[in-house]
Design a protein around this ligand. Structure first.
Ligand code: WT7
Length: 649
């Protein structure tokens, strides 16, 4: 395989410069321009952001104050009003974009649909009217639990238009996860579908919603889109068909202006405790971050067909499938299903079929393609591609090189973009016409971003040494708080070093000032590019009647980045068995969703603990990785526990 020779080369020695052709056409193509803008963005941030906000957004009423910063609370573009949906749709009408494709959709079964900006606008207006008729008002919450179909974007934009705060729940989450999220934000309406297609099968979304709704007093209505046509139960008075509502709704909707800080959406993400965090994003600042990065990082042109493979259930789907690309008037490709349906070359087939020019995916997907084999790629031309992106976890240099050669044909710059649900938009990234790239490094900060790496005591580390990653300046698309839990917001992000935003990642700068993010340092795993809180998995496990205690840790995994390994002790009367093991894995999948299903589950007589009773995860991590237990174990209460855990392997 080609990538074998690559691993032996020192990664820092490889530098890939953008081609002269790319540079010449780039939205930002000179190092001097980047330096100048970056310097302004950190030295005179208010002047910088004022100009960007005027350039990228259409305002109903101009803002009067760029930033009000009372750490850790920021208010951006105070006094201003706008409508996010209007910025994504209405402002393109009456221009050359009006009849341009906004969304090209391909369903897993092969159905293809195109919605122009004008058509998408019409759908969003109808949906906004329909939601209004259901009684939804500005500030109310609505949950969206849908497959990757255009109607998901329609629902999001309709909420945005009304000032209704949406929370999109990833279609792979279980009914337990739906229930928790609905209850946490008090959603009045759930928008879902009869199902969605995934790997040739129907994911029964409505069914999961039904199971969640027994214990969600806030929900008044469920709107159900017909996607797969399978039978679902409709509860009289509560459940309504999307098609019926849309057919009855007027196609004209006058958008109201909302304040810059109007909450736009809540997106739940895993943290280091059992309860997911409701990350709150607001309107103007978030949209500015999404729009600006789409323009500069993805170098969007009128002629691009842009494809971000993320599901709308994740922040990447919010910022780079819906809000960012539509606000800059791009054509977005949306694909419903799995990358290996019917064959492992579906993505490459789609790229050729639709002429995709900009492609943004995750390292875990890239590693899967590598494993499936080059022959699935070389069947297709991929000649339309001009720019590639990566997000979700550190991309290993082997995967980077494969992406570069096999997909990019050594012609396309790769933007390895570091950011988080909380940051709303890309924070550290190459600029494709400017930044020479190194495989595995997300390179340099985007405008307005000032990363710092500090040690355990909050002191700067020397260049080349690793430490904790902080951001030192507020930025427009930053999270504003955690929904209903401002204390946790302060504690989680702003207490490690007071006044600085703590990202929860470990990182280092190299000799060229390039940033290398190595991964999470809190008790959060990155499995296939998605954050899973170990505490969340543990609390799911102990909710099972057989389990006494549980500890979840990560083990390095070639494909998933990290695999989830659980250690479980059983209640006195319970016996370990393969059946119970499977039942517990299924239980976690049911409680949280299939993405959290433990890769391996081990029964133990006891877990290694300190004398004060804290589980020593470091030891479990080492055992899970199959290595020796190294380092200090003097605080371990009972050494025999470790010996027996190793023996049980
Ligand atoms: C965590 C955020 C942001 C969209 C997808 C994930 C890891 C993300 C990179 C990258 C190294 C990365 C970090 C981060 N991460 N992108 N390019 N290089 N690590 O969003 O679920 O909020 O996870 O993903 O650990 O903290 P998220």
């Amino acid at each position: 395989m080609t990538n074998q020779t690559i691993t032996s080369v020192s990664r820092e020695s490889r530098l890939f410069k953008p081609s002269a052709e790319f540079k010449a056409q780039a939205n930002l193509g000179s190092e001097a321009a980047y330096k100048k803008l970056y310097a302004e963005s950190v030295n005179s941030p208010e002047r910088f952001w004022e100009r960007q906000a005027k350039q990228f957004l259409t305002w109903r009423k101009p803002f009067t104050q760029v930033l009000q910063w009372k750490p850790p609370h920021a208010k951006w573009f105070g006094g201003g009003t706008l409508n996010v949906a209007e910025n994504c749709l209405d402002r393109h009408l009456g221009t050359a974009r009006e009849n341009k494709a906004a969304i090209i959709f391909e369903g897993e079964p092969g159905d293809i649909r195109t919605l122009t900006y004008k058509q998408l606008h019409r759908e969003v207006c109808k949906c906004a009217n329909a939601l209004e008729l259901l009684g939804l008002r500005k500030g109310d919450r609505a949950a969206i639990y849908m497959p990757m179909v255009p109607e998901a974007a329609v629902a999001m934009l309709a909420c945005a238009r009304l000032g209704v705060v949406h929370t999109v729940i990833f279609g792979g989450f279980s009914s337990e996860a739906i229930k928790d999220r609905i209850n946490d934000c008090g959603a009045r309406v759930v928008i879902t579908a009869d199902g969605g297609w995934r790997r040739g099968k129907i994911v029964e979304l409505k069914d999961s919603v039904d199971r969640a709704l027994g214990a969600t007093p806030s929900v008044e209505h469920v709107v159900v889109l017909k996607r797969t046509g399978n039978a679902v139960t409709m509860k009289e008075g509560r459940d309504l068909w999307w098609d019926d509502l849309m057919a009855a709704a007027p196609a004209v909707h006058k958008a109201r202006a909302h304040a810059s800080e109007q909450p736009l959406f809540i997106l739940y993400t895993s943290g280091s405790t059992g309860k997911p965090k409701g990350v709150l994003h607001t309107s103007a600042g978030y949209l500015l971050g999404a729009a600006m990065t789409t323009h500069y990082v993805f170098d969007i042109k009128e002629t691009d067909i842009y494809w971000c493979t993320a599901d709308i259930g994740w922040i990447t789907g919010h910022s780079y499938v819906v809000y960012g690309p539509l606000s800059v008037g791009a054509t977005v490709l949306m694909y419903e299903g799995a990358p290996n349906q019917p064959e492992p070359d579906r993505f490459w087939e789609i790229i050729d079929r639709h002429g995709v020019t900009v492609f943004y995916t995750a390292p875990t997907a890239i590693r899967a393609f590598m494993r499936w084999g080059d022959e699935f790629v070389t069947r297709h031309s991929l000649a339309s591609l001009r720019l590639l992106g990566s997000v979700g976890e550190p991309i290993n240099p082997e995967a980077w090189m494969w992406y570069h050669k096999m997909i990019g044909k050594k012609r396309c710059p790769i933007v390895d973009t570091w950011w988080q649900t909380e940051t709303g938009a890309i924070m550290v990234t190459p600029l494709p016409g400017i930044t020479p790239t190194k495989p595995g490094s997300c390179t340099r900060p985007f405008f307005g971003v000032v990363p710092k790496i500090l040690d355990e005591n909050g002191k700067p580390v020397s260049r080349g040494s690793g430490g904790k990653l902080f951001l030192t300046q507020p930025w427009p698309s930053m999270l504003r708080t955690l929904w209903g839990d401002d204390a946790r917001f302060k504690e989680q992000y702003w207490s490690e070093v007071p006044g600085l935003y703590f990202a929860g990642d470990g990182a280092r700068f190299d000799e060229d000032g390039y940033l290398w993010v190595v991964g999470r340092i809190d008790d959060v795993l990155n499995v296939s590019g998605h954050r899973i809180g170990t505490a969340e998995v543990e609390s799911a496990l102990v909710s099972h009647p057989s389990v006494a205690e549980a500890a979840a840790v990560g083990r390095p995994d070639e494909l998933k980045g990290q695999a989830l390994v659980c250690f479980v002790t059983l209640k006195g009367d319970q016996r370990a068995s393969d059946e119970l093991k499977e039942a517990l894995r299924a239980h976690v999948a049911r409680e949280i969703g299939a993405i959290a299903r433990p890769d391996s589950l081990r029964f133990a007589a006891a877990l290694p603990k300190t004398r004060s009773g804290k589980i020593m995860r470091r030891i479990l991590k080492e055992i899970a990785a199959g290595g020796d237990v190294k380092g200090d174990i003097t605080t371990l209460e009972d050494f025999n526990v470790v010996a027996s855990l190793q023996a049980e392997e």
